[in-house]
Design a protein around this ligand. Structure first.
Ligand code: HEC
Length: 120
């Protein structure tokens, strides 16, 4: 085999790149998957205790369903603020302040926000 030949030719990229884009659009992005896991995990986010979320089993109904959040919040940063400390928006809220109470780290909050922002 000719050693100077590149590992992948243009033809292979032409196939791989659209595949990658399709995979991300189908919500298999690893960061998003991590965010979903954190949100669903009973020992972590446990968001399903109060919120219905797509794919989530036996959700509670104390809070509103989490979907189409880009219509509710202007930016992902604002959504992050809601999860970090919901009392900023509603002092009487029953939602735990995930950031302030260090239930989720800043990085974990970013993953959850990335996941939620992708829900329609
Ligand atoms: C103990 C119940 C409870 C838990 C657990 C909880 N929430 Fe909430 N959440 C609420 C309530 C109640 C509201 C309604 C607004 C308010 O009262 O502050 C709310 C509001 C929200 C909103 C705003 C929705 C909207 O349309 O206005 C988002 C986003 C949200 N929660 C995300 C989360 C995420 C993400 C988690 C898990 C990491 C979570 N919540 C866990 C009770 C909860």
């Amino acid at each position: 085999m000719n050693k100077s030949q590149p590992l992948l030719g243009f033809g292979q990229y032409a196939v791989l790149v659209p595949l990658l884009i399709t995979a991300c659009a189908a919500n298999t992005d690893p960061i998003r998957q991590q965010g979903k896991q954190l949100a669903f995990d009973r020992d972590k986010g446990n968001c399903l205790a109060c919120h219905a979320i797509e794919d989530g089993e036996s959700p509670g109904n104390i809070g509103p369903q989490l979907s189409d959040l880009s219509a509710r919040f202007k930016t992902p940063q604002q959504l992050k603020q809601q999860i970090r400390d919901a009392s900023v928006f509603n002092p009487e809220t029953s939602m735990p302040p995930y950031g302030r109470n260090k239930i989720l780290t800043d990085e974990e909050l970013d993953h959850v926000v990335d996941y939620l922002w992708s829900l329609e």
